[in-house]
Design a protein. Structure first.
Length: 272
C-alpha cells in the first residue's frame, strides 16, 4: 500500500515537472485534428450543432417527446438534451482514443526516454475545449429561450472537476490495457454507446421507474448529467453529499487507473 502511494505521488510530480512538454503535446494533438480540414477549428462548433439538430429533430419532431411543463417545453427539451450530449461527448471522445494512445506512439516507448504518463492525457485539451464550446452554446440557448442564465452556472467547474478526474483515471487504465488487449477499442466503442442509453442523456431521470434508478447511478455519466442540468439550466444547487461521494469515487478510479498504468508500463516495449 505504501509503495502504491509513492508511485502515484511520483507520477503526479513527474507530470507537473513535464507540464511544458504536456502543453506542447496538447497543442500538437489539438492542431492535428483540424489542420487538414477546410473549415479547421470551426468543426468544433459545427459538430455539436449538427448532432443537436439531429437529436432534436428525432426526439421533438418525430417522437414528440417533451421534457417538463411550461409554455416552451420544446425549448427546454432541446437545452436539456444538449447538456446530456455534452457530457457523453466528452466521455466518448476521451475514452475512444485511450486504447490506442500508447500503441500508436511506439517511438516514445522504445527509442527515447519519455514520461509515458503524459500520453493518456493527450486528448484532454481538445475534449475540454469542446466541452467549453458546448457550455457556451447552452448559455446562448438559455439566454435566447429564457432571457437569462442562472447564477448557479458558476458552479460548473466544481461539477466537472471530479468528472474529468474520473475519465482521466479510466483513460490511464484503458491506454495501458489496450497495449496488451487490442480488442479493447471495440469494447470501448460498445461501452460508450451503452453509456448514452443507460444514463439520463436522452431522457429525464424522473421517467425511469424508481426501482431502476439505482442501476443508472452505476453509470459514471448519470450524476454529472443530473448536476450539470441543475446548475446550468434549472438554477438548482446540487446535493453536496452526492457531489462529495462522486468526488471520492473519482479519486479512487484515478488512483487505480494510474497505479495499473505504472504496474504494466514495463511490458509496453516488449509488446510493441
Amino acid at each position: 500500500m505504501i509503495t502504491e502511494k509513492v508511485t502515484i505521488t511520483s507520477s503526479l510530480s513527474n507530470i507537473w515537472a513535464c507540464r511544458q512538454l504536456l502543453m506542447q503535446l496538447w497543442k500538437r494533438d489539438f492542431a492535428a485534428r483540424y489542420k487538414t480540414g477546410v473549415l479547421g477549428i470551426a468543426w468544433a462548433v459545427i459538430n455539436p450543432l449538427l448532432m443537436l439538430a439531429l437529436y432534436s429533430f428525432v426526439f421533438v419532431s418525430v417522437f414528440k417527446m417533451r421534457w417538463g411543463s411550461g409554455p416552451d417545453v420544446q425549448g427546454n427539451f432541446v437545452i436539456l438534451l444538449f447538456t446530456g450530449l455534452m457530457v457523453h461527448g466528452f466521455f466518448a471522445e476521451f475514452l475512444s482514443r485511450a486504447p490506442l494512445l500508447i500503441s500508436s506512439n511506439p517511438s516514445y516507448v522504445k527509442k527515447v526516454v519519455f514520461p509515458l504518463e503524459l500520453l493518456p492525457l493527450m486528448p484532454l485539451l481538445g475534449a475540454i475545449i469542446n466541452l467549453g464550446i458546448g457550455v457556451f452554446l447552452v448559455s446562448c440557448l438559455l439566454f435566447y429561450v429564457q432571457g437569462s442564465v442562472p447564477l448557479t452556472i458558476f458552479l460548473l467547474p466544481l461539477i466537472l472537476a471530479p468528472y474529468i478526474v474520473l475519465v482521466v483515471g479510466m483513460s490511464y487504465f484503458l491506454s495501458a490495457t489496450g497495449v496488451f488487449v487490442r480488442d479493447m477499442t471495440h469494447v470501448v466503442g460498445l461501452v460508450t454507446t451503452i453509456s448514452m442509453f443507460a444514463s439520463p442523456v436522452l431522457f429525464p431521470l424522473e421517467n425511469v421507474p424508481e426501482n431502476y434508478r439505482i442501476f443508472l447511478y452505476l453509470n459514471p455519466l448519470t450524476t454529472v448529467v443530473v448536476q450539470l442540468r441543475e446548475v446550468t439550466v434549472l438554477g438548482i444547487i446540487p446535493d453536496l453529499r452526492v457531489w462529495a461521494a462522486y468526488f471520492f469515487i473519482s479519486m479512487i478510479v484515478f488512483c487505480l487507473g494510474l497505479s495499473w498504468f505504472q504496474a504494466t508500463r514495463e511490458g509496453f516495449a516488449d509488446v510493441l
